[in-house]
Write a protein that binds this ligand. Structure first.
Ligand SMILES: NC(=O)c1ccc[n+]([C@@H]2O[C@H](COP(=O)([O-])OP(=O)(O)OC[C@H]3O[C@@H](n4cnc5c(N)ncnc54)[C@H](O)[C@@H]3O)[C@@H](O)[C@H]2O)c1
Length: 408
C-alpha cells in the first residue's frame, strides 16, 4: 500500500453512531464511502440526512454534494478501497456471551469484495485477540485470492451527543499487527485527530478499551450500592458524594441511577469477563457490578411502591425519559426497560414520556401529565423540572436533577 494521501478511498463498514461520526470527520480529508447493510439508512444518508446526534445533516449534505461522501449497501462499490474501517455492533448473545456475528459479516463483505492489499482498521469494541485471531483469519477465509492486508485496531471512544470531547480532541489508541500497519494507521487518524497514542500490540489497545468501560461499570455499581446504604442510614447520597468530592486527589465522583444503559457500559465489561474466564482468570468484580446495576431497577420500584402504600396495583405510572442517557434517542440497554417491566409486573398502568425517543416498542411518547406517580429515569435538557413535578402528585427521580422530588 502507498502512504496516506487525500485521494485515498476510505470505506467505513457500519454507518451508525461510530461509523457515521468517523465518516463526518474523515470526509473532510478523504473520499469516504459509508457501507451499511441497512438500505433505508443508506438512502437517507445519500440525501444528506443524518440519524446520529453530533453529525449535522448540513455537514453531511456538504460532504455528499462535494462528492467526498456517499453511502452504499453494494459490495461492488467498495472494491477499490484503500482503507477499510470496521464499525459494526458487538452486542451480547441472548445468554450474554460476546456476539461477533456482525464482525463476521463485515469480514465477509471485505473478504469477498476487496482483492488488493488494503489497511483494515477495527474500531468495534471487542475482547483482546479479536483483530489477530478473529478478524484477520475471517477476512482471509472469505477472500477468494491470497491477498495480504494490513491490520490495525483503534478502539472508538466517541460519546455521541457530547460537546466537549469529539474525534478531534479525544486521544486515540492504536496498534497494528505489523509496524507498517501501525504507521499507516497513525498517518490516517492524524489528519483528523490531535493526539494518537501507540501501544505495543493490538491486544493492549483492545484490553484498554474494555477496561475503560469496566472502570465506569464497577464505579457506577459501587455508587448504586452506596445510594442504598445512605438511604438506609437516612442521609443524602448526593450531599455525601459532594462532600467526598472535595478531596482534591484519589476520588472520582460517580452518581447513582436506575442502572446503566447504552451499547457500551452494560456490554463491554462482559466481553472482558468472558475472555478472563476463558483464561481461568477471575472476573468477580465485573460480574457482581453488572448484577448490582441490573438490580437497581428493582430497588427503585421497591422504593416507589413503599412510598405509595405498599401497592402499585392500578396506579397510573409515568416513566419519564426512556433513552439511556440525556439528549439522545438511543434506547439500547436502557434502564427504563427493566423499571417498566417491574412496574407492570406489580400491576401499574404504565405509560412513558420521552419526546426525544418518540416511539419505542411500537408505543408513542405520552404527555407529561395526569399520572398518579412519575418515575424519572432520564432527564433530557428540554424537559423542565417544573413540568416533571407537575406531572404527578408523587415524583421519584433517579437522576438527582429534579429538586423537590423523592429520589435515591
Ligand atoms: N455508540 C457508542 O457510543 C460507541 C462508542 C465507542 C465504541 N462503540 C463500539 O462501536 C461499534 C459500533 O457501535 P455503534 O454504536 O456505532 O453501532 P450502531 O448500531 O449505531 O451502528 C452500527 C451500524 O452497522 C450497520 N451494520 C451492521 N452489520 C453490518 C454489516 N455486516 N455490514 C454493514 N453494516 C452493518 C447497522 O445497520 C448500523 O447502521 C460497537 O462495537 C460499539 O461497542 C460504540
Amino acid at each position: 500500500m502507498s502512504s496516506i494521501t487525500s485521494d485515498l478511498k476510505v470505506v467505513i463498514v457500519g454507518q451508525g453512531y461510530v461509523g457515521l461520526t468517523i465518516a463526518a470527520f474523515a470526509g473532510n480529508f478523504f473520499n469516504v464511502i459509508g457501507f451499511d447493510n441497512n438500505e433505508k439508512i443508506v438512502s437517507q444518508l445519500n440525501n444528506g440526512i443524518s440519524h446520529i446526534e453530533g453529525v449535522e445533516s448540513a455537514h453531511l449534505k456538504k460532504l455528499v454534494k462535494s462528492e467526498n461522501y456517499f453511502a452504499t449497501s453494494s459490495g461492488s462499490d467498495i472494491s477499490d478501497a484503500d482503507i477499510v474501517v470496521i464499525a459494526v455492533p458487538t452486542p451480547l448473545t441472548k445468554d450474554r456471551k460476546p456476539d461477533l456475528t456482525f464482525i463476521d459479516a463485515a469480514c465477509k463483505t471485505i473478504g469477498e469484495n476487496i482483492s488488493k492489499s488494503v489497511l483494515v482498521i477495527n474500531e468495534s469494541t471487542s475482547f483482546p485477540g479479536t483483530l489477530r485471531n478473529y478478524i484477520k483469519p475471517a477476512i482471509e477465509k472469505y477472500s477468494p485470492s491470497a491477498v495480504e492486508h494490513l491490520y490495525a485496531i483503534s478502539p472508538e471512544r466517541v460519546d455521541p451527543g457530547r460537546g466537549d470531547f469529539n474525534q478531534k480532541n479525544t486521544p486515540r489508541l492504536y496498534a497494528g499487527l505489523t509496524s507498517e500497519a501501525s504507521e499507516m494507521t497513525r498517518e490516517f487518524y492524524s489528519r483528523f485527530c490531535d493526539k494518537l497514542v501507540e501501544v505495543s500490540s493490538p491486544e493492549v489497545a483492545e484490553a484498554a478499551k474494555l477496561f475503560e468501560n469496566t472502570f465506569r461499570q464497577v464505579n457506577i455499581a459501587l455508587v448504586n450500592e452506596f445510594a442504598q446504604i445512605t438511604n438506609a442510614l437516612g442521609i443524602s447520597v448526593y450531599e455525601t458524594l459532594d462532600a467526598a468530592n472535595t478531596k482534591p486527589y484519589g476520588f472520582m465522583k460517580f452518581t447513582p441511577s436506575a442502572g446503566v444503559g447504552g451499547h457500551c457500559i452494560p456490554v463491554d465489561p462482559t466481553y472482558l469477563a468472558s475472555v478472563a474466564e476463558e483464561h481461568a482468570a477471575p472476573a468477580t468484580f465485573i460480574r457482581r457490578a453488572n448484577d448490582v446495576n441490573l438490580e437497581m431497577s428493582k430497588y427503585v420500584v421497591d422504593r416507589v411502591q413503599a412510598d405509595n402504600g405498599g401497592s402499585l396495583q392500578g396506579k397510573c405510572v409515568l416513566v419519564v425519559g426512556v433513552a439511556y442517557k440525556p439528549n439522545v434517542a438511543d434506547v439500547r440497554e436502557t434502564a427504563a426497560e427493566l423499571v417498566i417491566e417491574h412496574l407492570r409486573n406489580r400491576g401499574a398502568v404504565l405509560s412513558w414520556h420521552d419526546d426525544v425517543v418518540g416511539t419505542w416498542h411500537g408505543e408513542s411518547s405520552a404527555p407529561l401529565s395526569g399520572a398518579d406517580i412519575s418515575v424519572v429515569i432520564t432527564k433530557h435538557d428540554a424537559v423542565s423540572e417544573r413540568d416533571i413535578l407537575a406531572s404527578a402528585p408523587y415524583v421519584f427521580d433517579t437522576t438527582g436533577k429534579v429538586k423537590g422530588a423523592k429520589g435515591l
